[in-house]
Design a protein around this ligand. Structure first.
Ligand SMILES: [Zn+2]
Length: 569
């Protein structure tokens, strides 16, 4: 365990330790000239709270059985974070009411976002927001109780899902059936919850004087650089340029495996099925071995990135090994005072683990760069349309350095899987987005679960035409919209597709000039949140586009690679 993690004092978990400083910031007379200094104090205070929150949350995740850590975190959220949110709201209002204040260039975007958020405020939405949050929380209660029963044992859905990559088809079908049974238990409650959420969301929009919930979200997510129509055009682009390619990939795979058609258990976005029925690759055994592999990859890629990774190892900012009672996700989080990231994973020795580490380290490099360059906490990381580019492109750039890890044959397999998964993700992302555009602008006035199911079925046939559901319950297919983001993060999905495209474009550029591409990558990471999304893409040497011509150009490069792989056989 790292020393930082045990360093949270009781003092730091009390609201009393922060409240007087918040109050002082609220009370102090403020004119335009004093704002920059005042902002930095506010930012430093927020950073302290944020770091304590991260440390408590890490301690809780690293040992979920430790009751003391869990209750400390819970207490901090209730007693410190909740009142600090109210204080932060007062500080935003104070800032927005300073006469003649013109934000400095590096604060202009954050200021505009605060102003836009404030303009959405409606008294009538205060109670409704609380209700909305409670309804969204209900999703966790319903799905948290879902249990898959497999081989007489109970397990979570993600744990079962990893079995979908089994080369044994009968096993895959058994796993898929068990997962479907578990999901079916929640269908009714999730239907009711969704219909309630639609009501609430429509009312939130109406109270904010907006035509529909999509318009509301456009404001809330600060989508100023693109329109709903461009998103609809992207769905068409995916349908025309990517779905046939995805279909081709899946049908080729089925042919190689001697399958007549692709059944639902033969296809998982997350768990690639090997076309030659080979067992998964196991490039390492221990977390320490994985660290050394990754160190070689980053050293070969770029000296700065290699040094940053070495620092994370030295300062014990990585916790990679799987242990009992450790949170099962992988993530990268940030320590805002120390200005360092922290990566938590649960590695088992798979090639997927190496991928995930490259991914999380892309986030870590982003935080290192933006925290070092940006003194204000609001300017770290980046807008959501960019935030997955550092991570996904690191998976692709790292791929080019794995010759020391894998044999040429295995490397080819890993490359192929990686590129295939980039293609297969797009139809799913477009479908998720298309469904929500329909749900919040075109669905009937009083929608029923049957309406939602019918729309999802239509979209699933469009975006996943290779799936053969013959003889299976299509009601189950139709309930596929019951996915986390639809409930918990409305409309937040297209950003993943944008970042996939951006990462592919970056990878394409790196194949022409790796050093120049990495220089631009690092420059873009330093900008954090200080420039608009199109400017951020430009700094990385990319275009912020997702139209049909752009998508086609990127897919041409991927197809070239996939064919190359095929020709070598
Ligand atoms: Zn990520």
């Amino acid at each position: 365990m790292t020393t930082q993690l045990s360093a949270v004092s009781t003092e730091q978990t009390r609201w009393d330790s922060y409240a007087p400083r918040y109050q002082a910031l609220i009370d102090v007379p403020l004119d335009a000239l004093q704002v920059p200094h005042w902002l930095q104090e506010w930012s430093d205070l927020s950073a302290e709270l944020s770091q304590v929150g991260t440390l408590l949350s890490l301690a809780a995740d690293l040992n979920t059985a430790d009751q003391h850590s869990q209750s400390r975190l819970q207490h901090f959220r209730e007693q410190v974070v909740a009142p600090s949110n109210l204080a932060e709201q007062q500080l935003r209002q104070k800032l927005l009411s300073v006469p003649h204040y013109q934000p400095a260039p590096d604060f202009a975007l954050a200021y505009r976002r605060m102003r836009d958020q404030a303009s959405m405020f409606r008294e009538a939405n205060v109670a409704l927001d609380v209700q909305h949050q409670a309804q969204m929380q209900r999703h966790a209660e319903i799905t948290g109780a879902q249990v898959v029963t497999l081989d007489g044992q109970s397990m979570t859905i993600p744990a079962a899902e990893s079995e979908l990559g089994s080369p044994d088809r009968a096993r895959r079908q058994q796993v898929w059936q068990a997962m479907s049974d578990a999901q079916a238990q929640a269908t009714g409650p999730l239907n009711d919850l969704m219909l309630a959420l639609i009501d609430t969301r429509r009312q939130l929009a109406a109270n904010a004087d907006l035509s529909d919930y999509r318009a509301y979200i456009w404001h809330e997510l600060d989508r100023v650089d693109y329109t709903p129509q461009q998103c609809l055009d992207f769905h068409t682009a995916v349908q025309r340029e990517i779905v046939p390619l995805a279909q081709n990939i899946m049908q080729r795979k089925a042919r190689q495996l001697g399958l007549e058609t692709v059944r639902p258990w033969d296809y998982s976005r997350r768990t690639a099925l090997d076309a030659q029925g080979r067992p998964p690759l196991r490039p390492f055994d221990t977390g320490a071995e994985l660290e050394q592999l990754a160190q070689n990859v980053f050293d070969d890629l770029d000296a700065d990135l290699g040094a940053q990774f070495a620092r994370m190892r030295r300062d014990r900012l990585l916790d990679l090994e799987s242990r009992p009672n450790k949170m099962s996700h992988a993530y990268c989080t940030s320590l805002d005072v120390a200005k360092t990231p922290f990566v938590l994973m649960n590695v088992v020795g798979s090639s997927q683990d190496l991928n995930v580490l490259l991914h999380e380290m892309g986030h870590a490099f982003h935080f290192f760069a933006s925290a070092a360059a940006q003194p204000l906490i609001w300017n770290r990381w980046s807008p959501i349309e960019f935030i997955e580019i550092p991570s996904i492109s690191m998976e692709l750039l790292g791929l080019e350095q794995l010759g020391r890890v894998y044999s040429p044959k295995d490397l080819e397999r890993v490359r192929q899987e990686q590129l295939e998964s980039a293609v297969l993700f797009m139809p799913w992302a477009a479908q998720m987005d298309a469904f929500q555009h329909w749900l919040y602008t075109q669905a009937p006035q009083q929608p029923t679960a049957a309406d939602l199911n019918a729309k999802w079925l239509e979209l699933d046939r469009t975006f996943h035409p290779w799936l053969d559901w013959t003889g299976l319950d299509e009601g189950q297919r139709a309930a596929g919209w019951q996915y986390y983001h639809i409930f918990r993060a409305p409309f937040y999905y297209l950003e993943y597709a944008m970042c996939h495209l951006g990462a592919l474009a970056l990878w394409r550029a790196a194949r022409n000039d790796s050093a120049a591409t990495l220089t631009r990558y690092k420059a873009a990471l330093r900008l954090g949140n200080t420039v608009s999304v199109p400017e951020l893409y430009r700094a990385a040497g990319l275009e912020f586009r997702f139209d049909v011509d752009y998508v086609r150009g990127l897919m041409d490069v991927v197809v070239g690679e996939l064919e190359g792989v095929q020709l070598n056989r």
